[in-house]
Write a protein that binds this ligand. Structure first.
Ligand code: BLA
Length: 317
């Protein structure tokens, strides 16, 4: 598999065979997203001290209505890191889900680490990115600061994990030029590549975090906090995983999990509402439109060129 010869350190692939643990999933022999979580946390602990996050207590032992489905929720904080949390769902021969994200303290303008995978025996739906805190088509400085040097990452993976086709147009605002958005057959080989990409992207995020220096300008800290809050608000309202979580743990637990665990901070980092940020979703009666997308799906092909320049046009194509 060519991917391991391209630099960036390929050791990520090891964990795939080592102590897979999850067992009986749909990812291939003895592997599961748990092994990524375990390795990612080990890598984090080599660099910093993780402290359990208060949200962990409430959600650590969350159980599905269906005994066959196992949820595992872990959350931490660390210096510079406001929230590092992971949710996996495993149901034998049925679904495996990974939702792993890391958010910095607002004193840093670090991208948000975002790894989402939804796997059935038929396919895996994956989003892996360092989501930008600021819109990079508008904020050139931010784009240069973080993404200019990271383009080799997407060059490494864009052929093996090709663009997944049309997507909720609004999601693009939260993606970077190195995003891996892909849908593939859940073969062992494909998951091997995905595992390698997960580790590469996460290690890069850890490295950026190491290098990040604290912002002392209050105006900028306030701006970072609001940008993170806007992101949390989007994801807490429009997460594609919500229907499945609702089925697994019931509507009220699913809502709690989303607002107090997965996107913790949505009620504390800011006071603006979803409609304050995303007015286009307002219904005439003042409620939030339940549709995921107002514009519709678009971007059949990867809308960035090799240099990270946006070539997708202004809106839905
Ligand atoms: C599908 N998940 C999708 C899609 C995207 C994402 C883009 C394709 C459909 C679409 O275009 O909306 C993921 N979208 C994201 C992410 C961001 C975003 C990460 O805007 C971040 C900004 N997916 C999960 C989890 C579950 C899950 C935890 O991450 C289940 C618990 C399920 N995702 C899931 C399912 C689909 C999906 C079932 C296919 C069905 C659908 O499109 O609704």
């Amino acid at each position: 598999g060519g991917v391991y010869h391209l630099g960036w350190g390929g050791e990520g692939a090891e964990g795939m065979s080592g102590g897979g643990g999850g067992g009986g999933g749909v990812l291939g022999a003895g592997s599961s997203y748990q092994s990524f979580v375990r390795t990612a946390l080990e890598q984090t602990r080599l660099r910093t001290a993780l402290t359990p996050h208060p949200s962990q207590e409430k959600f650590r032992l969350i159980r599905a209505n269906d005994d066959a489905a196992v949820l595992d929720a872990l959350s931490f904080s660390a210096p510079k890191i406001r929230l590092l949390r992971s949710l996996t769902v495993e149901k034998k021969n049925s679904v495996q889900v990974l939702d792993f994200a890391a958010f910095s303290e607002p004193e840093y303008d670090l991208p948000i680490f975002c790894a989402n995978a939804f796997t059935t025996p038929a396919q895996s739906i994956v989003v892996l990115d360092l989501n930008p805190l600021y819109d990079i088509t508008e904020d050139k400085d931010y784009k240069d600061k973080y993404y200019r040097n990271l383009m080799p990452l997407i060059h490494k993976y864009s052929e093996l994990l090709p663009w997944g086709g049309k997507i909720t147009s609004e999601s693009l605002r939260f993606f970077s030029p190195i995003v891996i958005w892909t849908i593939f057959e859940p073969t062992e080989r494909n998951h091997h590549v995905l595992y390698s990409a997960l580790m590469d992207y996460y290690k890069v995020w850890l490295q950026l975090t190491d290098q990040a220096t604290e912002e002392n300008d209050t105006t900028k800290v306030v701006r970072n906090r609001e940008a993170q809050h806007r992101y949390l608000t989007w994801r807490a309202e429009k997460d594609p995983g919500f229907p499945l979580l609702k089925k697994l743990i019931g509507e009220s637990h699913a809502k709690d999990l989303v607002t107090e665990f997965l996107f913790e901070g949505v009620h504390s980092l800011g006071t603006k509402s979803f409609l304050d940020y995303f007015r286009e979703y307002a219904c005439d009666d003042g409620t939030v439109n339940k549709k995921r997308s107002m514009i519709g799906k678009s971007f059949e092909d990867r809308p960035w060129d090799a240099t990270g320049e946006f070539i997708g046009g202004k809106d839905a194509g």
